[in-house]
Design a protein. Structure first.
Ligand code: GLN
Length: 445
């Protein structure tokens, strides 16, 4: 399938099916009872998985789709990779992405752009667009992504796949290249909720190598898939259905609400008044963290070095040639909002507003069990349509970024089509209630 379709789709930054087959053979210990004991064969044994190219795996190129890391080979396994290997889940390749996970269309990859399998002239979303496109196209059954402001949910929505951003702290970030550390979370994409639940089961859990990972027991996600929804309270945040949302998308979402009502759920309108500040707050905080995190790419420690003349020149040349336009834009915004004289007005203020956004969600999630919203205001847009207008691109993140600022789990579930293009709905749960999100998502299959 990869051989047949990859040229058109461009979902992989690096693909190694032969290596995956060899791994699978090694795992396949049918003749060796002893070996078999070393693997968790209950979940996805032998099922190939792709990693977003910002997740480090030992011996594999890990580039974050950036020129500055085009020669960087992982020297260790991310915790999620270690866990996948233990589960006997061979890695088939690295998924293309927006450079350093900055973007919503996959057009910011320094390698190549990714096409949406539903319509090759359109974007697959981003930044985990490679992960989403390969699952949608049947090139890989499951893939990992990362989500800082919607980068798993939005591409899942635009490609008709299911994608989950777990609670902040549910999955170890050790070995994930940092973008906005207080927002980043590794998650997963799949064709079905059951596959997704199995994959999260493998990668979730406390890790002492990640200081923000949380030591809370991981439930058995498969057990809750078939629970019924009688009495479940679903909140509809009124601010998420205001202007800017395509009418046809709204209809798909309202039909989903009806379906859940039929299954016994109670629907209630709720309010998240600080949502209107979500985009500006997110772009201040995430860019500030990005500027700080990306200072490590200096031509010395990782990747490409562009000049040997003197140290200043080496920094400047390596970063000038190594980073793409969007990454430079974020670094400039980040350094601006953190600079003395502006810090109080921008970064500090944004951190305060973030708290208010988080409190909005806490209040709403006391009244209801989950929130149901759109994921993206439009279906997959045409390549080239927004890439020259960054603000337009940022506005598309309106329904996803707040969830990262609150640290909550959310899932994008395929719910219908508009003009032949897939549309997803977003379900947002309380902290560590991924089980409930899977349970509801499963009802749409
Ligand atoms: N589209 C958002 C951004 O560009 C989200 C990216 C992400 O979640 N990694 O920042």
């Amino acid at each position: 399938r990869i051989e047949k379709t990859e040229e058109k789709i461009g979902a992989f930054s690096n693909v190694f099916p032969k290596k995956a087959i060899d791994e699978a053979k090694k795992y396949d210990s049918e003749n060796n009872e002893e070996d078999r004991k070393n693997y968790d064969i209950e979940l996805l044994f032998g099922v190939p998985v792709a990693l977003k190219d910002n997740i480090v795996s030992k011996g594999d190129l890990t580039t974050a789709a950036s020129k500055i890391l085009k020669n960087y080979v992982g020297v260790y396994d991310a915790t999620v990779v270690e866990k996948l290997k233990k589960a006997g889940t061979p890695i088939i390749g690295k998924a293309n992405m927006d450079e350093f996970a900055m973007g919503s269309s996959n057009e910011n990859s320094s390698i190549k752009s990714v096409s949406n399998p539903w319509d090759l002239t359109r974007v697959p979303g981003g930044s985990s667009g490679g992960s989403a496109a390969m699952v949608a196209a049947g090139q890989a059954p499951i893939a990992l992504g990362s989500d800082t402001g919607g980068s798993i949910r939005q591409p899942a929505c635009l490609t008709g796949t299911v994608g989950i951003k777990p609670t902040y702290g549910r999955v170890s970030r050790y070995g994930l290249m940092a973008f906005g550390s207080s927002l980043d979370q590794i998650g997963a994409l799949a064709k079905s909720t059951e596959d997704l639940a199995r994959l999260l089961q493998i990668i979730a859990g406390y890790d002492e190598k990640d200081a923000t990972s949380v030591n809370v027991e991981v439930p058995n996600y498969l057990e809750s898939l078939n629970n019924d929804l009688k009495g479940l309270k679903i909140g509809i945040p009124k601010e998420y259905f205001a202007e800017g949302l395509d009418e046809n998308i709204k209809k798909v979402i309202m039909d989903s609400v009806e379906k859940l009502k039929e299954l016994g759920a109670e629907i209630k309108e709720v309010s998240l008044p600080y949502s209107k500040y979500a985009i500006s707050t997110y772009y201040i905080i995430s860019s500030a963290e990005a500027a700080s995190n990306l200072s490590r790419y200096d031509g010395v420690r990782y990747g490409v070095r562009e000049s040997n003349e003197d140290v200043e020149k080496m920094y400047v040349e390596s970063r000038t040639k190594g980073f793409g336009d969007e990454v430079k834009r974020r670094i400039m915004i980040g350094n601006y909002v953190l600079s003395s004289g502006f810090y109080d007005a921008y970064y500090k203020k944004a951190s305060q507003v973030r708290r208010l956004i988080r409190d909005d969600f806490s209040k709403a999630l006391k009244e209801v069990d989950v929130l149901l919203t759109p994921v993206s205001p439009t279906t997959a847009f045409k390549k080239g349509e927004k890439i020259t207008d960054p603000v337009q691109m940022y506005l598309g993140d309106i329904f996803t970024v707040s969830i990262n600022m609150a640290g909550l789990p959310a899932i994008s579930v395929p719910a219908g089509f508009v003009d032949g293009l897939p549309v997803g709905i977003q379900l947002i749960g309380n902290y560590f209630r991924e089980d409930l999100l899977f349970n509801i998502s499963h009802k749409f299959e």
